[in-house]
Design a protein around this ligand. Sequence first.
Ligand code: C2O
Ligand code: CU
Length: 467
Amino acid sequence: GCASGGANTETESSAGTLLRSAAKLPEPFTVPLPVPPVLRPVRPGHYEITQRAAEVEILPGLRTTVWGYDGIFPGPTIESRRGETTVVRHRNELGVPVVVHLHGGRTPPEHDGYPLDLVAPGAAREYVYPLDQPAATLWYHDHRADFTGPQVYRGLAGFHLVRDDEEDALPLPRGEREVPLMITDRSFAADGSFAYPSVDPSLLGQPGVTSEFVSGVLGDCILVNGAPWPVMEVDAARYRFRILNASNARRYRLALDPPGPGFTQIGGDQGLLAAPVRHERLQIAQAERYDVVIDFSAYSPGQEVTLVNRLGDGGTARVMRFVVTRRAPDDSAVPDRLADVRPLSRSDAVAEREFTFRRGGAEHHGMTLWTVNGMPFSADGVVAEPALGTVELWRLRAQNVPHPIHIHLAPFQVPGTAHGWKDTVDLGNGDQAEVLVRFEGYRGKYVLHCHNLEHEDMMMMANFVVR
Ligand code: C2O
Ligand code: CU
């Protein structure tokens, strides 16, 4: 099983409030799995994305308006090489301000998507990503202060893959057998539109505005790459899946049914592991990534293999299905050594700090906010000033409900686990984790926050400044 500190007793209710769809949801495993298109550069290293509303068919026979990067959900996949600067020009044709954050990117502060660094409606701006970091499964998503939950829910999320020579030299599955899987949960109104309980968290607490969903919005329909409980035909061969949980508030415990050989994890949030790790189950919190290989040659042609969610119930207990079609040649392999990952030790840390994530300490219109060390997010507050080039030990504590904690810029290791470099760690209620954080690359102001997007919008975020 999975060794990371996780929310092992998690139930749907403790993560948020389930919103039931009024629309008719499809039979599971009838819609084919889509794969987001890879974005073509306008010239080498330069990309352009227009953020706009578009009507798409998610539920068969109904139209859903998404807010999409280039009008699609998930957005197009960007592929970059390590150390080659990628410039993405975003034009905002949505009627609201937006912010783009490259999650997991080691990015200068002015391009990191600080939550108040808005791109106004009708405006455009360039984000410059040096990507001086190992091959990894990154993703980009909206990060507008107070509105990240509703804006990501409407579709503003996409993959950004970083590749490098070390990874290319490995005989991992590739081409058609390397597939990104973005898992999200959504609920739908009767007309097929996305149902989100409050579009404006800043109104919470005012008359007639419900606060019932501030613990997190849970949908009853599971989408993979934007399709409801999809089905994918596979050869009886190895496949590499880059699994991302882009849900607002839902965490998953994934398993295969029938179990077969399970998942061989080759990478985590920030890139390849030193060596592969076998899992029967993968617990994946919001924003975490698991890069895995599944070997379908263990099944026979004709067999159906369902990706299930052991934390779900009814519809949310199912994610997608693979149908094994035929035996086929496979020259891929998972080597015993994958990448150089130098383990940090506590003695590398030059400072220790503690951050408690809980509900309380601050109020807004009579609503109790979600806070970091009792303080709600503010543009001026600074909770830590680590020095560039150092490692610090940060003790992260979760109270009230589970919280997945994400630190911008600085990758970290969780001592005693085999998950390599991470940027997001899941904490169960009452849990604490010690993480060894390496501050490298850039000086400036960044945020750490809970990646339950409703908690984040309700102020569970803080600034740190690398000096
Ligand atoms: Cu994925 Cu600060 O976010
Ligand atoms: Cu939280």
